[in-house]
Design a protein around this ligand. Structure first.
Ligand code: ZN
Length: 80
């Protein structure tokens, strides 16, 4: 018996429990610190050097958008 249970689980297939469907897309929330001042004046403040930008990303086709409605109608993921 040469059974090994040291296999790395899902190293190349990250699990996304938070993913949800938005139309044809499978979407996760993302956020990223961006250097500079926030583009929206209401969220800008004195001395701001970076801001947290929140966006949505489809894990199927890789499209990234700021708002759900910005997603293209169709998802290209899985059609390659
Ligand atoms: Zn998609």
């Amino acid at each position: 018996m040469s059974d090994s249970n040291s296999h790395a689980i899902s190293a190349s297939a990250p699990n996304h429990p938070e993913a949800r469907h938005v139309d044809a897309h499978l979407v996760i929330d993302k956020s990223e610190w961006v250097p500079g001042k926030h583009p929206n004046p209401h969220r800008r403040h004195e001395g701001q050097t970076e801001y947290l930008e929140r966006y949505l990303r489809c894990i199927e086709c890789g499209v990234e958008v700021l708002k759900k409605r910005d997603f293209p109608v169709e998802c290209d993921g899985g059609r390659r």
